[in-house]
Design a protein around this ligand. Structure first.
Ligand code: UD1
Length: 342
């Protein structure tokens, strides 16, 4: 019988791409999402890609009563991937309590139910934000974490701690924290992708919305960083490559190939690209000219970060495969489909 995987936040950006990969691998998927930052139509689009509609329940995992009730009815789940969380860095500064309550309480509710019902396996969405501005690049999983720059970043750091400390005294639970670098792009079908509410905060959705004519111009935040062209450097990882790493992580847990009960992996490409390189990459890949202007640095941004991916390469046998042009083209195809542009 197919193993049953709970995907929280499964209608969201990374979650939806992961549901597709899990289904295509042969797992049975149940999605829980409160639809606070995604739409129900995502489930139909997943079905169009895979031919399978995942089971779905709409509720908030920060609600203890609803979460307990869900697990009481679904205690045959084999593994959980926990994506559901708030992720807007700027908003988290304005509403710290919302972020701590939502992101931490949901994780605690899940872990308590794992202990209660003997559900061993958890994959957790962490972030390279836990490294802050590292002193040495690229960052390995051993690079010391720094104080978070935002409540959002702090929720990822504290969540990792909650997971590690809980596992230390509950050896029946096994966890893998995946530290994502900057996920970008969309599924090659253009049926699922990133659809931010309101004005996009992240670079690639802002680029594609500018190209689509929804925004007048892209603002490039800073050109006086200590980087080759002065703009900030990140490690942009294709969301489908990222999704595939989750399938491998789940397999690792289910087949007990993990080396310790709590493991952490960087998921990136291993290459740093500047904001201006992404802008010119987009123009090259799509043939669309971008209107952009250099403005001041954005508060809270780190100067540069990219991943050392050797641990994920060696231990998971996983490597980012898609190049920048293909990734940016996929983001553009998705934006065009959503906006009805030919
Ligand atoms: C941030 C978080 C990351 C989080 C992600 C998801 C930090 C250090 N990183 O990534 O943990 O998972 O958001 O929301 O907190 N840029 C522009 N113009 C724009 C938008 C962005 O120049 O309109 C630049 C930024 O200054 C940055 C780069 O593009 O240098 C990437 O920005 P963004 O996509 O927002 O991601 P991060 O801030 O790296």
């Amino acid at each position: 019988m197919a193993k049953k995987i709970l995907v929280t936040g499964g209608t969201g950006y990374i979650g939806s791409h992961t549901v597709v990969e899990l289904q295509q691998f042969g797992f049975e998927v149940i999605v829980v999402d409160n639809l606070s930052n995604s739409g129900i139509e995502v489930l139909e689009n997943i079905e169009r890609i895979t031919g399978l509609k995942p089971a779905f329940e709409e509720f908030d995992l920060a609600d203890r009563i609803l979460t307990d009730d869900f697990f009481a009815r679904n205690n045959d789940i084999d593994a959980i991937i926990h994506f559901a969380a708030f992720k807007a860095v700027g908003e988290s500064v304005q509403k710290p309590l919302n972020y701590y309550r939502n992101n931490l309480v949901s994780l605690m509710n899940i872990l308590e139910n794992q202990i209660r019902f003997g559900i061993s396996n958890l994959v957790f969405s962490s972030s390279c934000t836990v490294y802050g501005q590292p002193d040495v690049l690229p960052v390995t999983e051993q690079t010391p974490r720094k104080d978070a720059e935002s409540p959002y970043g702090n929720t990822k750091r504290i969540s990792e701690d909650i997971l590690r400390e809980t596992i230390a005294v509950n050896p029946q639970i096994k966890g893998i924290a995946l530290r994502y670098f900057n996920p970008v792009g969309a599924h090659s079908s253009a049926l699922i992708g990133e659809l931010p509410l309101g004005v996009p905060q992240n670079l690639v959705p802002f680029i594609t919305q500018t190209a689509a004519g929804l925004r007048n111009e892209l603002k490039v935040f800073g050109n006086d960083y200590n980087t080759p062209d002065g703009s900030a450097v990140r490690d942009y990882i294709n969301v489908v490559d990222l999704a595939k790493a989750h399938v491998i992580a789940i397999e690792r847990l289910l087949k007990a190939k993990n080396k310790s009960n709590y493991e952490v992996f960087n998921l990136g490409t291993g290459t740093g690209l500047s904001v201006l390189e992404v802008v010119t990459g987009f123009e090259r890949a799509t043939g669309v000219k971008l209107n952009y202007e250099i403005v001041d640095r954005r508060a809270g941004d780190v100067e540069k970060i990219w991943a050392d991916t050797s641990f994920a390469n060696e231990e998971l046998g996983w490597k980012a495969e898609k190049g920048l042009d293909e990734t940016l083209l996929s983001a553009w195809s998705w934006e065009k489909r959503v906006r009805g542009i030919k």
